[in-house]
Write a protein that binds this ligand. Structure first.
Ligand SMILES: Cc1cc2nc3c(=O)[nH]c(=O)nc-3n(C[C@H](O)[C@H](O)[C@H](O)COP(=O)(O)OP(=O)(O)OC[C@H]3O[C@@H](n4cnc5c(N)ncnc54)[C@H](O)[C@@H]3O)c2cc1C
Length: 563
Protein backbone atom coordinates (compact mmCIF):
# COMPACT_ATOMS: atom_id res chain seq x y z
CA UNK A 1 0.00 0.00 0.00
CA UNK A 2 1.31 3.49 -0.92
CA UNK A 3 2.29 5.57 2.12
CA UNK A 4 0.10 8.53 3.08
CA UNK A 5 1.35 11.94 1.91
CA UNK A 6 1.85 14.11 5.02
CA UNK A 7 1.29 17.78 4.18
CA UNK A 8 1.99 20.44 6.80
CA UNK A 9 0.88 24.01 6.13
CA UNK A 10 2.24 26.85 8.25
CA UNK A 11 -0.16 29.80 8.26
CA UNK A 12 -3.93 29.52 8.34
CA UNK A 13 -5.38 32.70 6.90
CA UNK A 14 -5.67 33.03 3.09
CA UNK A 15 -3.07 31.03 1.20
CA UNK A 16 -2.77 28.22 3.77
CA UNK A 17 -6.44 27.16 3.98
CA UNK A 18 -6.82 27.46 0.21
CA UNK A 19 -3.84 25.14 -0.26
CA UNK A 20 -5.35 22.72 2.26
CA UNK A 21 -8.77 22.65 0.59
CA UNK A 22 -7.29 22.11 -2.87
CA UNK A 23 -4.89 19.44 -1.61
CA UNK A 24 -7.77 17.57 -0.04
CA UNK A 25 -9.80 17.67 -3.26
CA UNK A 26 -6.80 16.36 -5.20
CA UNK A 27 -5.79 13.71 -2.69
CA UNK A 28 -8.51 12.19 -0.49
CA UNK A 29 -5.97 10.24 1.56
CA UNK A 30 -3.29 12.84 2.43
CA UNK A 31 -2.81 13.77 6.07
CA UNK A 32 -3.11 17.55 6.03
CA UNK A 33 -2.33 19.76 9.04
CA UNK A 34 -2.61 23.55 9.27
CA UNK A 35 -0.49 25.22 11.95
CA UNK A 36 -1.77 28.68 12.89
CA UNK A 37 -0.41 30.80 15.71
CA UNK A 38 -3.60 32.86 16.01
CA UNK A 39 -6.91 31.71 17.43
CA UNK A 40 -8.76 31.72 14.10
CA UNK A 41 -8.30 30.57 10.53
CA UNK A 42 -9.57 32.06 7.28
CA UNK A 43 -10.46 35.52 8.56
CA UNK A 44 -11.75 38.19 6.16
CA UNK A 45 -8.70 40.45 6.44
CA UNK A 46 -9.81 42.67 3.57
CA UNK A 47 -12.99 43.46 5.50
CA UNK A 48 -11.26 44.75 8.65
CA UNK A 49 -11.59 48.49 7.85
CA UNK A 50 -15.32 48.00 7.22
CA UNK A 51 -15.71 46.15 10.50
CA UNK A 52 -13.97 48.99 12.34
CA UNK A 53 -16.29 51.56 10.73
CA UNK A 54 -19.37 49.46 11.47
CA UNK A 55 -20.30 48.92 7.80
CA UNK A 56 -19.76 45.23 8.58
CA UNK A 57 -21.85 45.03 11.72
CA UNK A 58 -21.25 41.51 12.96
CA UNK A 59 -17.96 40.13 14.17
CA UNK A 60 -18.97 36.72 12.88
CA UNK A 61 -18.96 38.07 9.29
CA UNK A 62 -15.15 38.24 9.54
CA UNK A 63 -14.80 34.55 10.18
CA UNK A 64 -14.71 32.32 7.15
CA UNK A 65 -14.97 28.67 7.83
CA UNK A 66 -15.53 27.27 11.31
CA UNK A 67 -12.68 25.15 12.60
CA UNK A 68 -14.83 22.02 12.64
CA UNK A 69 -15.70 22.61 8.96
CA UNK A 70 -12.04 21.99 8.18
CA UNK A 71 -12.12 18.85 10.26
CA UNK A 72 -15.50 17.50 9.20
CA UNK A 73 -15.65 18.51 5.53
CA UNK A 74 -12.01 18.73 4.49
CA UNK A 75 -10.61 16.21 6.92
CA UNK A 76 -7.85 18.70 7.75
CA UNK A 77 -6.33 18.99 11.23
CA UNK A 78 -6.11 22.59 12.35
CA UNK A 79 -3.79 23.49 15.21
CA UNK A 80 -4.67 27.03 16.26
CA UNK A 81 -2.74 28.86 18.98
CA UNK A 82 0.27 26.92 17.74
CA UNK A 83 3.43 28.45 16.34
CA UNK A 84 5.93 26.78 14.05
CA UNK A 85 9.29 27.72 15.51
CA UNK A 86 11.76 25.77 13.39
CA UNK A 87 11.98 23.56 10.33
CA UNK A 88 14.31 20.58 10.36
CA UNK A 89 14.67 20.01 6.62
CA UNK A 90 16.94 17.00 6.96
CA UNK A 91 14.50 15.18 9.29
CA UNK A 92 11.50 16.55 7.38
CA UNK A 93 9.79 17.87 10.46
CA UNK A 94 8.47 21.12 11.87
CA UNK A 95 8.98 22.07 15.50
CA UNK A 96 5.82 23.56 16.96
CA UNK A 97 4.86 25.08 20.28
CA UNK A 98 1.40 25.41 21.79
CA UNK A 99 1.26 29.10 22.79
CA UNK A 100 -1.13 28.47 25.69
CA UNK A 101 0.53 25.46 27.31
CA UNK A 102 4.08 26.00 25.99
CA UNK A 103 4.03 22.33 25.02
CA UNK A 104 6.47 21.50 22.23
CA UNK A 105 6.08 18.85 19.54
CA UNK A 106 7.43 17.79 16.15
CA UNK A 107 5.28 17.40 13.06
CA UNK A 108 6.70 15.18 10.34
CA UNK A 109 6.01 16.18 6.73
CA UNK A 110 6.51 14.92 3.20
CA UNK A 111 5.51 18.30 1.74
CA UNK A 112 5.66 21.55 3.67
CA UNK A 113 3.83 24.76 2.75
CA UNK A 114 4.95 28.16 4.02
CA UNK A 115 2.00 30.56 4.07
CA UNK A 116 3.27 32.81 6.84
CA UNK A 117 2.04 36.06 5.28
CA UNK A 118 3.45 39.46 6.07
CA UNK A 119 4.11 41.76 9.00
CA UNK A 120 3.32 45.47 9.20
CA UNK A 121 6.31 47.69 8.45
CA UNK A 122 6.72 49.87 11.52
CA UNK A 123 9.81 52.09 11.59
CA UNK A 124 11.63 52.52 14.84
CA UNK A 125 10.35 56.03 15.55
CA UNK A 126 10.51 57.71 18.96
CA UNK A 127 7.21 57.11 20.79
CA UNK A 128 6.04 54.31 18.48
CA UNK A 129 4.97 52.17 21.48
CA UNK A 130 2.67 54.80 23.00
CA UNK A 131 -0.92 53.80 23.69
CA UNK A 132 -3.29 54.74 20.92
CA UNK A 133 -0.94 53.77 18.08
CA UNK A 134 -2.21 50.85 16.01
CA UNK A 135 -1.53 48.75 12.97
CA UNK A 136 -4.23 46.86 11.06
CA UNK A 137 -3.03 43.44 9.98
CA UNK A 138 -4.56 40.67 12.06
CA UNK A 139 -8.09 40.01 13.25
CA UNK A 140 -7.01 40.95 16.76
CA UNK A 141 -6.19 44.48 15.54
CA UNK A 142 -9.65 44.93 14.04
CA UNK A 143 -11.50 43.51 17.04
CA UNK A 144 -9.44 45.56 19.51
CA UNK A 145 -9.81 48.81 17.59
CA UNK A 146 -13.57 48.50 17.19
CA UNK A 147 -13.98 47.70 20.90
CA UNK A 148 -11.75 50.60 21.87
CA UNK A 149 -13.51 53.06 19.59
CA UNK A 150 -16.88 52.25 21.15
CA UNK A 151 -15.91 54.57 24.02
CA UNK A 152 -13.17 56.70 22.51
CA UNK A 153 -13.17 60.45 22.52
CA UNK A 154 -13.75 61.47 18.91
CA UNK A 155 -10.98 63.93 18.28
CA UNK A 156 -8.07 64.01 15.93
CA UNK A 157 -6.78 60.82 14.37
CA UNK A 158 -3.70 60.44 12.18
CA UNK A 159 -3.17 57.86 9.49
CA UNK A 160 0.49 57.41 8.58
CA UNK A 161 0.72 56.23 4.97
CA UNK A 162 -1.65 56.89 2.07
CA UNK A 163 -1.64 53.36 0.66
CA UNK A 164 -4.58 50.95 0.39
CA UNK A 165 -4.94 50.22 4.09
CA UNK A 166 -4.21 53.83 5.10
CA UNK A 167 -6.98 55.26 2.93
CA UNK A 168 -9.50 52.57 3.87
CA UNK A 169 -8.80 53.27 7.53
CA UNK A 170 -8.94 57.05 6.97
CA UNK A 171 -12.46 56.59 5.65
CA UNK A 172 -13.39 54.29 8.55
CA UNK A 173 -12.17 56.80 11.15
CA UNK A 174 -13.88 59.70 9.40
CA UNK A 175 -17.16 57.75 9.28
CA UNK A 176 -16.74 57.24 13.04
CA UNK A 177 -16.53 60.98 13.62
CA UNK A 178 -12.80 61.65 13.88
CA UNK A 179 -11.00 64.56 12.34
CA UNK A 180 -8.55 62.66 10.19
CA UNK A 181 -5.14 63.70 8.90
CA UNK A 182 -3.35 61.43 6.43
CA UNK A 183 0.39 61.94 6.22
CA UNK A 184 2.42 60.38 3.42
CA UNK A 185 6.16 60.63 2.75
CA UNK A 186 5.73 60.46 -1.01
CA UNK A 187 4.04 63.16 -3.02
CA UNK A 188 0.60 61.76 -3.77
CA UNK A 189 -2.09 59.32 -2.66
CA UNK A 190 -1.65 55.59 -3.37
CA UNK A 191 1.83 56.46 -4.65
CA UNK A 192 2.94 52.95 -5.57
CA UNK A 193 -0.30 52.29 -7.45
CA UNK A 194 -1.37 55.47 -9.24
CA UNK A 195 0.09 58.19 -11.39
CA UNK A 196 -0.12 61.72 -10.13
CA UNK A 197 -3.06 62.92 -12.26
CA UNK A 198 -5.29 60.03 -11.15
CA UNK A 199 -4.07 60.35 -7.57
CA UNK A 200 -4.85 64.07 -7.66
CA UNK A 201 -8.51 63.20 -8.15
CA UNK A 202 -8.35 60.89 -5.13
CA UNK A 203 -6.68 63.65 -3.11
CA UNK A 204 -9.36 66.17 -4.07
CA UNK A 205 -12.06 63.70 -3.09
CA UNK A 206 -10.40 63.09 0.28
CA UNK A 207 -10.28 66.84 0.90
CA UNK A 208 -13.92 67.22 -0.21
CA UNK A 209 -14.78 64.60 2.41
CA UNK A 210 -13.02 66.63 5.09
CA UNK A 211 -9.83 64.54 5.37
CA UNK A 212 -6.66 66.59 5.78
CA UNK A 213 -3.82 65.31 3.64
CA UNK A 214 -0.13 66.04 4.00
CA UNK A 215 2.13 64.75 1.25
CA UNK A 216 5.91 64.76 0.98
CA UNK A 217 6.48 64.70 4.74
CA UNK A 218 7.84 61.99 6.99
CA UNK A 219 6.70 61.37 10.52
CA UNK A 220 9.62 61.97 12.88
CA UNK A 221 8.05 60.43 15.99
CA UNK A 222 5.19 60.68 18.45
CA UNK A 223 4.67 62.58 21.71
CA UNK A 224 2.57 61.18 24.54
CA UNK A 225 0.67 62.62 27.48
CA UNK A 226 1.16 61.85 31.19
CA UNK A 227 -0.80 58.60 30.73
CA UNK A 228 1.54 57.41 28.02
CA UNK A 229 -1.14 57.98 25.39
CA UNK A 230 -0.22 59.48 22.05
CA UNK A 231 -1.15 63.13 21.69
CA UNK A 232 1.01 64.48 18.88
CA UNK A 233 2.51 63.33 15.60
CA UNK A 234 5.89 64.97 15.04
CA UNK A 235 7.15 66.12 11.64
CA UNK A 236 10.05 68.33 10.68
CA UNK A 237 7.57 71.23 10.50
CA UNK A 238 6.38 70.71 14.06
CA UNK A 239 3.57 68.21 13.65
CA UNK A 240 -0.07 68.04 14.64
CA UNK A 241 -2.37 66.80 17.41
CA UNK A 242 -3.64 63.21 17.26
CA UNK A 243 -5.11 61.09 20.05
CA UNK A 244 -5.22 58.03 17.81
CA UNK A 245 -2.68 56.93 15.20
CA UNK A 246 -2.98 54.23 12.59
CA UNK A 247 0.34 53.14 11.13
CA UNK A 248 -0.18 51.98 7.56
CA UNK A 249 3.27 51.97 6.02
CA UNK A 250 2.84 48.76 4.12
CA UNK A 251 3.91 45.23 4.96
CA UNK A 252 7.03 43.13 4.66
CA UNK A 253 7.16 39.39 3.98
CA UNK A 254 7.26 37.25 7.12
CA UNK A 255 10.27 35.07 6.26
CA UNK A 256 12.15 34.52 9.52
CA UNK A 257 11.19 30.86 9.81
CA UNK A 258 12.12 30.23 6.17
CA UNK A 259 15.42 32.09 6.41
CA UNK A 260 16.47 30.25 9.57
CA UNK A 261 15.77 26.96 7.76
CA UNK A 262 18.08 27.93 4.91
CA UNK A 263 15.31 28.66 2.40
CA UNK A 264 16.45 31.16 -0.23
CA UNK A 265 15.13 34.68 0.24
CA UNK A 266 15.01 36.79 -2.91
CA UNK A 267 16.37 40.31 -3.40
CA UNK A 268 12.92 41.78 -2.74
CA UNK A 269 12.89 40.24 0.76
CA UNK A 270 10.25 37.64 -0.13
CA UNK A 271 10.83 33.88 -0.28
CA UNK A 272 12.18 32.94 -3.72
CA UNK A 273 9.96 30.42 -5.52
CA UNK A 274 9.88 28.96 -9.01
CA UNK A 275 6.82 28.84 -11.28
CA UNK A 276 5.52 25.84 -9.31
CA UNK A 277 5.77 27.96 -6.14
CA UNK A 278 8.48 25.62 -4.94
CA UNK A 279 11.37 26.96 -2.86
CA UNK A 280 15.01 25.89 -3.21
CA UNK A 281 13.96 22.81 -1.20
CA UNK A 282 11.89 20.62 -3.54
CA UNK A 283 9.64 19.49 -0.68
CA UNK A 284 8.88 23.01 0.57
CA UNK A 285 6.41 25.25 -1.24
CA UNK A 286 5.54 28.85 -0.35
CA UNK A 287 2.82 31.28 -1.34
CA UNK A 288 0.89 34.42 -0.43
CA UNK A 289 2.38 37.56 1.08
CA UNK A 290 5.59 35.81 2.17
CA UNK A 291 6.85 35.17 -1.39
CA UNK A 292 8.04 37.31 -4.26
CA UNK A 293 6.19 37.21 -7.56
CA UNK A 294 7.15 37.64 -11.19
CA UNK A 295 5.67 40.78 -12.75
CA UNK A 296 3.82 39.77 -15.90
CA UNK A 297 5.15 42.71 -17.91
CA UNK A 298 8.68 43.41 -16.68
CA UNK A 299 9.39 39.78 -15.68
CA UNK A 300 11.14 41.29 -12.64
CA UNK A 301 10.65 39.92 -9.14
CA UNK A 302 8.18 42.04 -7.17
CA UNK A 303 6.33 42.07 -3.87
CA UNK A 304 2.60 42.47 -4.41
CA UNK A 305 0.95 41.33 -1.18
CA UNK A 306 -2.71 40.82 -2.03
CA UNK A 307 -5.40 38.40 -0.95
CA UNK A 308 -6.34 37.78 -4.59
CA UNK A 309 -2.85 36.44 -5.27
CA UNK A 310 -2.59 34.51 -1.99
CA UNK A 311 -5.69 32.50 -2.87
CA UNK A 312 -4.45 31.67 -6.36
CA UNK A 313 -1.11 30.64 -4.91
CA UNK A 314 -2.91 28.38 -2.44
CA UNK A 315 -4.71 26.55 -5.22
CA UNK A 316 -1.53 26.02 -7.26
CA UNK A 317 0.32 24.78 -4.18
CA UNK A 318 -2.54 22.45 -3.21
CA UNK A 319 -2.28 20.89 -6.65
CA UNK A 320 1.48 20.56 -6.59
CA UNK A 321 1.90 19.12 -3.10
CA UNK A 322 -0.42 16.31 -4.16
CA UNK A 323 1.58 15.34 -7.22
CA UNK A 324 0.29 17.89 -9.77
CA UNK A 325 2.43 20.21 -11.87
CA UNK A 326 0.59 23.52 -12.10
CA UNK A 327 2.40 26.80 -12.70
CA UNK A 328 1.64 30.32 -11.53
CA UNK A 329 2.32 32.85 -14.29
CA UNK A 330 2.88 36.00 -12.22
CA UNK A 331 1.00 39.15 -11.30
CA UNK A 332 -0.02 42.38 -12.98
CA UNK A 333 -0.53 44.20 -9.68
CA UNK A 334 -4.27 44.54 -10.16
CA UNK A 335 -5.96 46.22 -7.20
CA UNK A 336 -9.16 48.05 -6.33
CA UNK A 337 -9.98 50.30 -3.42
CA UNK A 338 -13.01 52.26 -2.30
CA UNK A 339 -12.17 55.77 -1.08
CA UNK A 340 -15.45 57.21 0.25
CA UNK A 341 -17.60 57.65 -2.91
CA UNK A 342 -14.76 56.98 -5.32
CA UNK A 343 -13.91 53.63 -6.81
CA UNK A 344 -10.21 53.40 -7.57
CA UNK A 345 -8.69 50.57 -9.58
CA UNK A 346 -5.41 49.89 -11.32
CA UNK A 347 -3.43 47.20 -13.07
CA UNK A 348 -0.06 46.68 -14.75
CA UNK A 349 2.59 49.37 -14.71
CA UNK A 350 1.83 52.97 -13.87
CA UNK A 351 3.32 55.51 -16.25
CA UNK A 352 6.01 56.24 -13.67
CA UNK A 353 6.84 52.55 -13.26
CA UNK A 354 6.83 51.97 -17.02
CA UNK A 355 9.29 54.82 -17.61
CA UNK A 356 11.48 53.57 -14.75
CA UNK A 357 11.46 50.13 -16.37
CA UNK A 358 12.80 51.71 -19.57
CA UNK A 359 9.66 51.77 -21.72
CA UNK A 360 8.92 54.66 -24.04
CA UNK A 361 5.25 55.17 -23.36
CA UNK A 362 2.17 56.81 -24.75
CA UNK A 363 -0.82 57.45 -22.50
CA UNK A 364 -4.42 58.56 -22.61
CA UNK A 365 -6.54 60.24 -19.94
CA UNK A 366 -10.22 60.00 -20.72
CA UNK A 367 -13.00 61.35 -18.50
CA UNK A 368 -16.24 59.57 -19.31
CA UNK A 369 -19.36 58.01 -17.78
CA UNK A 370 -19.90 54.46 -16.60
CA UNK A 371 -23.03 54.01 -18.73
CA UNK A 372 -25.18 55.82 -21.27
CA UNK A 373 -25.99 59.35 -20.12
CA UNK A 374 -29.59 59.09 -21.34
CA UNK A 375 -30.20 56.30 -18.82
CA UNK A 376 -30.59 57.49 -15.20
CA UNK A 377 -27.88 56.96 -12.63
CA UNK A 378 -24.78 57.34 -14.78
CA UNK A 379 -21.62 58.31 -12.91
CA UNK A 380 -18.30 59.82 -13.89
CA UNK A 381 -15.13 57.81 -14.28
CA UNK A 382 -11.72 58.78 -15.60
CA UNK A 383 -9.63 56.14 -17.34
CA UNK A 384 -5.90 56.29 -17.93
CA UNK A 385 -4.19 53.78 -20.20
CA UNK A 386 -0.45 53.32 -20.61
CA UNK A 387 0.95 51.62 -23.70
CA UNK A 388 4.34 51.00 -25.23
CA UNK A 389 4.89 53.67 -27.89
CA UNK A 390 6.69 51.44 -30.38
CA UNK A 391 4.28 48.50 -30.37
CA UNK A 392 1.04 49.76 -28.83
CA UNK A 393 1.23 46.92 -26.30
CA UNK A 394 -0.84 47.65 -23.20
CA UNK A 395 1.30 48.20 -20.12
CA UNK A 396 -1.18 49.42 -17.56
CA UNK A 397 -4.43 51.08 -16.69
CA UNK A 398 -5.95 53.14 -13.91
CA UNK A 399 -9.51 54.30 -13.35
CA UNK A 400 -11.07 56.56 -10.76
CA UNK A 401 -14.43 58.12 -9.98
CA UNK A 402 -17.84 57.42 -8.48
CA UNK A 403 -18.77 55.11 -11.38
CA UNK A 404 -17.84 51.49 -11.99
CA UNK A 405 -14.07 51.41 -12.44
CA UNK A 406 -13.27 47.85 -11.31
CA UNK A 407 -15.03 46.37 -14.34
CA UNK A 408 -12.83 48.43 -16.67
CA UNK A 409 -9.63 47.56 -14.90
CA UNK A 410 -10.47 43.88 -14.87
CA UNK A 411 -10.79 44.06 -18.65
CA UNK A 412 -7.40 45.78 -18.88
CA UNK A 413 -5.87 43.18 -16.55
CA UNK A 414 -7.23 40.41 -18.77
CA UNK A 415 -5.93 42.15 -21.88
CA UNK A 416 -2.49 42.60 -20.30
CA UNK A 417 -2.40 38.95 -19.26
CA UNK A 418 -2.84 37.94 -22.89
CA UNK A 419 -0.32 40.48 -24.19
CA UNK A 420 -2.94 42.63 -25.94
CA UNK A 421 -2.27 45.96 -27.65
CA UNK A 422 -4.45 49.08 -27.72
CA UNK A 423 -5.56 47.98 -31.20
CA UNK A 424 -6.87 44.73 -29.73
CA UNK A 425 -8.61 46.56 -26.89
CA UNK A 426 -10.21 49.18 -29.15
CA UNK A 427 -12.27 46.51 -30.90
CA UNK A 428 -12.84 44.09 -28.04
CA UNK A 429 -16.48 43.00 -28.02
CA UNK A 430 -17.64 44.38 -24.65
CA UNK A 431 -21.27 44.24 -23.57
CA UNK A 432 -23.53 47.22 -24.10
CA UNK A 433 -27.00 48.12 -22.94
CA UNK A 434 -27.82 51.60 -21.54
CA UNK A 435 -27.95 50.56 -17.85
CA UNK A 436 -24.48 49.00 -18.11
CA UNK A 437 -22.40 50.90 -20.62
CA UNK A 438 -22.26 53.17 -23.62
CA UNK A 439 -22.00 51.74 -27.10
CA UNK A 440 -18.30 52.51 -26.84
CA UNK A 441 -16.93 51.65 -23.41
CA UNK A 442 -14.63 54.27 -21.84
CA UNK A 443 -11.84 51.75 -22.45
CA UNK A 444 -12.54 51.77 -26.18
CA UNK A 445 -12.25 55.57 -26.17
CA UNK A 446 -9.06 55.48 -24.09
CA UNK A 447 -7.53 52.90 -26.45
CA UNK A 448 -8.54 54.97 -29.48
CA UNK A 449 -6.90 58.09 -28.05
CA UNK A 450 -3.63 56.17 -27.84
CA UNK A 451 -4.11 54.84 -31.36
CA UNK A 452 -4.67 58.41 -32.58
CA UNK A 453 -1.54 59.54 -30.79
CA UNK A 454 0.52 56.70 -32.24
CA UNK A 455 -0.82 57.56 -35.70
CA UNK A 456 0.28 61.18 -35.22
CA UNK A 457 -3.29 62.52 -35.37
CA UNK A 458 -3.71 63.45 -31.72
CA UNK A 459 -1.11 65.51 -29.83
CA UNK A 460 -1.51 66.34 -26.21
CA UNK A 461 -0.09 67.67 -22.98
CA UNK A 462 -0.99 66.27 -19.58
CA UNK A 463 -2.75 68.49 -17.02
CA UNK A 464 0.52 68.56 -15.08
CA UNK A 465 2.45 69.83 -18.10
CA UNK A 466 -0.18 72.52 -18.71
CA UNK A 467 -0.06 73.52 -15.07
CA UNK A 468 3.73 73.82 -15.24
CA UNK A 469 3.44 76.07 -18.30
CA UNK A 470 0.90 78.29 -16.55
CA UNK A 471 3.00 78.46 -13.38
CA UNK A 472 6.10 79.22 -15.47
CA UNK A 473 4.31 82.09 -17.23
CA UNK A 474 4.88 80.51 -20.67
CA UNK A 475 3.77 82.41 -23.74
CA UNK A 476 1.00 80.22 -25.17
CA UNK A 477 -2.77 80.17 -25.65
CA UNK A 478 -4.84 77.87 -23.47
CA UNK A 479 -7.90 77.67 -25.64
CA UNK A 480 -11.21 76.83 -23.96
CA UNK A 481 -13.60 75.59 -26.66
CA UNK A 482 -16.59 74.76 -24.46
CA UNK A 483 -19.96 76.51 -24.60
CA UNK A 484 -20.67 79.88 -22.96
CA UNK A 485 -22.84 78.09 -20.37
CA UNK A 486 -19.98 75.80 -19.40
CA UNK A 487 -17.57 78.75 -19.29
CA UNK A 488 -19.91 80.63 -16.96
CA UNK A 489 -20.20 77.67 -14.63
CA UNK A 490 -16.51 77.09 -14.09
CA UNK A 491 -13.27 77.87 -15.81
CA UNK A 492 -9.53 77.85 -15.53
CA UNK A 493 -8.42 81.34 -14.55
CA UNK A 494 -5.10 82.32 -16.11
CA UNK A 495 -3.86 85.10 -18.39
CA UNK A 496 -3.11 82.58 -21.13
CA UNK A 497 -6.71 81.33 -21.28
CA UNK A 498 -8.81 82.35 -24.30
CA UNK A 499 -12.47 81.40 -24.71
CA UNK A 500 -13.65 80.44 -28.20
CA UNK A 501 -16.43 77.83 -28.49
CA UNK A 502 -15.78 75.03 -30.98
CA UNK A 503 -19.00 75.92 -32.86
CA UNK A 504 -17.45 79.32 -33.73
CA UNK A 505 -13.87 78.16 -34.24
CA UNK A 506 -13.88 77.79 -38.03
CA UNK A 507 -15.48 81.26 -38.41
CA UNK A 508 -13.09 83.03 -36.00
CA UNK A 509 -9.74 81.47 -36.91
CA UNK A 510 -8.25 84.92 -37.63
CA UNK A 511 -8.45 85.75 -33.90
CA UNK A 512 -5.65 83.23 -33.30
CA UNK A 513 -2.03 83.95 -34.33
CA UNK A 514 -0.90 81.23 -36.77
CA UNK A 515 2.52 80.82 -35.13
CA UNK A 516 1.24 80.71 -31.54
CA UNK A 517 1.54 77.62 -29.39
CA UNK A 518 -2.03 76.58 -28.65
CA UNK A 519 -3.26 74.04 -26.10
CA UNK A 520 -6.97 73.32 -26.46
CA UNK A 521 -9.29 71.97 -23.81
CA UNK A 522 -13.01 71.33 -23.36
CA UNK A 523 -14.85 69.21 -20.78
CA UNK A 524 -13.43 65.80 -21.58
CA UNK A 525 -11.13 66.36 -24.61
CA UNK A 526 -13.44 65.19 -27.42
CA UNK A 527 -14.12 68.75 -28.65
CA UNK A 528 -10.53 69.72 -27.84
CA UNK A 529 -9.16 66.98 -30.09
CA UNK A 530 -11.64 68.01 -32.81
CA UNK A 531 -10.43 71.61 -32.44
CA UNK A 532 -6.81 70.50 -32.70
CA UNK A 533 -7.64 68.85 -36.03
CA UNK A 534 -9.57 71.96 -37.24
CA UNK A 535 -6.65 74.23 -36.37
CA UNK A 536 -4.07 71.94 -37.97
CA UNK A 537 -6.25 71.73 -41.07
CA UNK A 538 -6.19 75.54 -41.19
CA UNK A 539 -2.39 75.62 -41.10
CA UNK A 540 -1.68 76.05 -37.38
CA UNK A 541 1.52 74.19 -36.60
CA UNK A 542 1.88 74.12 -32.81
CA UNK A 543 -1.44 72.79 -31.54
CA UNK A 544 -2.09 70.23 -28.85
CA UNK A 545 -5.00 69.40 -26.58
CA UNK A 546 -4.97 68.87 -22.84
CA UNK A 547 -5.44 65.21 -21.87
CA UNK A 548 -8.62 64.86 -19.81
CA UNK A 549 -9.41 68.59 -20.19
CA UNK A 550 -11.40 70.17 -17.32
CA UNK A 551 -12.80 66.85 -16.13
CA UNK A 552 -9.25 65.59 -15.67
CA UNK A 553 -7.96 68.89 -14.23
CA UNK A 554 -7.23 68.15 -10.60
CA UNK A 555 -6.46 71.72 -9.49
CA UNK A 556 -9.82 72.61 -8.02
CA UNK A 557 -8.65 76.03 -6.85
CA UNK A 558 -8.09 77.10 -10.44
CA UNK A 559 -11.59 76.25 -11.51
CA UNK A 560 -13.48 79.40 -10.55
CA UNK A 561 -17.20 79.88 -10.32
CA UNK A 562 -18.32 83.34 -11.51
CA UNK A 563 -19.31 85.72 -8.73
C1 LIG B 1 -6.69 45.85 6.35
C2 LIG B 1 -6.33 45.06 5.14
C3 LIG B 1 -7.11 45.15 4.01
C4 LIG B 1 -6.78 44.40 2.86
N1 LIG B 1 -7.56 44.52 1.76
C5 LIG B 1 -7.28 43.78 0.66
C6 LIG B 1 -8.11 43.83 -0.49
O1 LIG B 1 -9.11 44.56 -0.52
N2 LIG B 1 -7.78 43.05 -1.55
C7 LIG B 1 -6.70 42.22 -1.54
O2 LIG B 1 -6.46 41.51 -2.53
N3 LIG B 1 -5.88 42.15 -0.46
C8 LIG B 1 -6.14 42.91 0.63
N4 LIG B 1 -5.35 42.82 1.74
C9 LIG B 1 -4.17 41.93 1.70
C10 LIG B 1 -4.56 40.50 2.07
O3 LIG B 1 -5.26 40.47 3.27
C11 LIG B 1 -3.28 39.67 2.19
O4 LIG B 1 -2.61 39.75 0.97
C12 LIG B 1 -3.60 38.21 2.49
O5 LIG B 1 -4.22 38.08 3.74
C13 LIG B 1 -2.31 37.38 2.48
O6 LIG B 1 -2.62 36.07 2.77
P1 LIG B 1 -1.51 35.08 3.34
O7 LIG B 1 -2.21 33.80 3.63
O8 LIG B 1 -0.35 35.07 2.46
O9 LIG B 1 -1.00 35.75 4.68
P2 LIG B 1 -1.77 36.22 5.97
O10 LIG B 1 -3.17 36.55 5.69
O11 LIG B 1 -0.91 37.26 6.58
O12 LIG B 1 -1.76 34.92 6.88
C14 LIG B 1 -0.57 34.40 7.39
C15 LIG B 1 -0.92 33.59 8.62
O13 LIG B 1 0.24 32.89 9.03
C16 LIG B 1 0.27 32.86 10.43
N5 LIG B 1 1.65 32.61 10.85
C17 LIG B 1 2.75 33.36 10.53
N6 LIG B 1 3.85 32.79 11.04
C18 LIG B 1 3.45 31.66 11.67
C19 LIG B 1 4.14 30.65 12.40
N7 LIG B 1 5.46 30.69 12.56
N8 LIG B 1 3.41 29.66 12.93
C20 LIG B 1 2.06 29.60 12.77
N9 LIG B 1 1.37 30.53 12.10
C21 LIG B 1 2.04 31.55 11.55
C22 LIG B 1 -0.26 34.23 10.82
O14 LIG B 1 -0.75 34.23 12.14
C23 LIG B 1 -1.35 34.45 9.77
O15 LIG B 1 -2.62 34.03 10.23
C24 LIG B 1 -5.65 43.56 2.88
C25 LIG B 1 -4.86 43.47 4.03
C26 LIG B 1 -5.20 44.20 5.15
C27 LIG B 1 -4.34 44.07 6.39
Amino acid sequence: MASVNRIVIIGGNACGPKAAARARRCDPHARITIVEQGDYVSTATCGFPYYVSGVIAQKKSLFGRELDYFTNVFGVDVLTGTRAVAIDRRAHQVEIVNLKTNEKASLPYDKLVLATGSLPAVPNLPGKDLNGIFTMTRIGDALALRDLLANYERKQAAVVGAGLIGLEMAEALKVLGFEVTVIEALNWALPTLLDVEIAAQVEKHLRDKGVKVIFGQRVAGFEGDENNKVKRVMTKDGGFEAGLVLMALGVKPNVTLAREAGITIGKTGGIAVNEYLQTNDKDIYAGGDCVENVHLITKQKVLVPLGSTANKHGRVIGTNVTGGRETFPGVAGTAAIKVFDFNVARTGLSETQAREAGYEVVTSLVPNYDHATYYPGYKEITVKLIAEKKTGRLLGGQAVGPGDTAKRIDVVATAISFGASVDDLANTDLAYAPPYNSALDPLHSAANVIRNKRAGLAKSLTPMEVRAKLDGGDDFILLDVRTKKEWDEKRIEAPQVKFLPVQELRARLDELPKDAEIVVFCRSSVRAYQSQRILEGAGFKKVKFMDGSIAGWPYGVDVAKPS
